[in-house]
Design a protein around this ligand. Structure first.
Ligand SMILES: NC(=O)c1ccc[n+]([C@@H]2O[C@H](COP(=O)([O-])OP(=O)(O)OC[C@H]3O[C@@H](n4cnc5c(N)ncnc54)[C@H](O)[C@@H]3O)[C@@H](O)[C@H]2O)c1
Length: 366
């Protein structure tokens, strides 16, 4: 049995509440000898600012770099709305992504059959939906320089962000997309805005060349990002793997989140480059949702996005696909049995949802 080191960063708001449930699920996997963990804990976001004056301390960054994987809750909240920009809660997450080189963000949008009616779209459009949105995470307009507000001296200011992509950045995310498609339904939809952006022209060019050179067996199509947004709500089941840049991926994956019913259902993974010597890669797993200050402390948070993020860790960091399948199936069992938190139309508390997942795991392991 492998022993791996995992850093737990619960964060703020409902982060610690959903982390408490996933810790019980982690413990279940240790008790059943699926895998052993050395668990470390740290602070990130507003709670780290309160403790250290930074969104993540150097000591916790060092722990993140040393760990085989990081499990992250959520950060932010009104308490920290006016802290300096550099140390705002989200800066902790951006630092982790940047310093760990997490360039590939995987956001699956899967519609559990029991929840097809919780989607804002009609049942027949989303039932059986299983798509993967792959967002480039360390480049593009969120990081490009110059990035500033310039005083023009005439009573006007100019806000500047810069969209920049280099060939290697597009190629490495393209590779992840094609490799992933080969293990799924073998189709990649690449999305950019090459009709109005030079970075989009290069994006398209690099993806086409990579496909021709190394992945001609995978079906490739292209859609402009605005048209893709429309298609995602018109006929989402046409997609398998969607690959796009940081900005478009941010928006399109949030659109896709509503196809599945609730933000409280969506896990994600962020992966770095594979080390050619050890064959391992840095990785961070987190629910897509934020710290939900409106329901924090009330036992209403849905822990399934957090638990699903741990399932992705089992699959993508530790090669435990069967254990991940079992955990995802246990979550589907819970939903099918009618146990639900308020966001998906039920009355269960966060810990009752955790209880139900553990009971479903027990049943499947029996
Ligand atoms: N990765 C992150 O840590 C992250 C992501 C998004 C937002 N944020 C931060 O979170 C704070 C709140 O932002 P927001 O309200 O725009 O987004 P949010 O995702 O926290 O909440 C949006 C809505 O979804 C609900 N919701 C979210 N997760 C849920 C869950 N697990 N179970 C049940 N309901 C859930 C919330 O109650 C809220 O009504 C802000 O400070 C924001 O900056 C952090």
């Amino acid at each position: 049995m492998q022993t791996r080191s995992v850093l737990l960063l619960p964060g703020d708001g409902i982060g610690p509440e959903v982390m408490a449930e996933v810790e019980r699920v982690i413990d279940w996997h240790q008790r059943h000898k699926v895998i052993a963990f050395n668990l470390e804990r740290g602070l990130v976001g507003g709670c780290a600012y309160d403790a250290h004056g930074a969104a993540i301390s150097e000591a916790d960054m060092a722990k993140a770099k040393a760990a085989d994987a990081v499990l992250f809750g959520a950060v932010g909240g009104p308490k920290w709305d006016s802290v300096p920009y550099e140390v705002r809660p989200e800066a902790g997450l951006l630092r982790l992504r940047k310093d760990l080189g997490l360039f590939a963000n995987l956001r699956p949008a899967v519609c559990f059959p029991a929840l097809a009616d919780a989607s804002s779209l009609k049942r027949e459009l989303v039932e059986g939906l299983d798509i993967m949105i792959l967002r480039e995470l360390t480049g593009g307009v969120y990081f490009g320089e110059p990035k500033e507000i310039r005083d023009l001296g005439n009573g006007q200011k100019r806000g500047i962000d810069t969209q920049v992509y280099d060939t290697y950045e597009i190629e490495r995310i393209g590779r992840v997309a094609f490799e992933m498609a080969r293990k799924r339904r073998n189709k990649v939809t690449s999305s950019d805005k090459r009709n109005v952006m030079k970075s989009g022209v290069l994006w398209h060019e690099v993806i086409v060349a990579l496909h021709k050179r190394d992945y001609p067996d995978v079906q490739l199509e292209h859609q402009l990002a605005d048209a893709l947004g429309m298609q995602l709500v018109r006929a989402p089941k046409q997609f398998d793997v969607i690959v796009t840049d940081n900005l478009f991926g941010d928006m399109l994956s949030d659109v896709a989140s509503m196809l599945t019913g609730s933000l409280g259902m969506l896990p994600s993974a962020s992966l770095g480059e594979t080390d050619p010597v050890t064959g391992t890669r840095k990785a961070l797993y987190e629910p897509v949702h934020g710290s939900a200050p409106d329901i924090a402390g009330q036992g209403k948070a849905n822990p399934l996005a957090m638990i699903g993020s741990f399932a992705m860790m089992l699959r993508y960091s530790f090669g435990l696909g069967e254990a991940a399948d079992r955990l995802e199936a246990a979550m589907a069992d819970v939903l099918a049995s009618g146990v639900r938190t308020a966001d998906i139309g039920g009355l269960a508390t966060t810990s009752q949802m955790g209880d139900a997942v553990l009971a479903a795991l027990d049943k499947r392991a029996a």
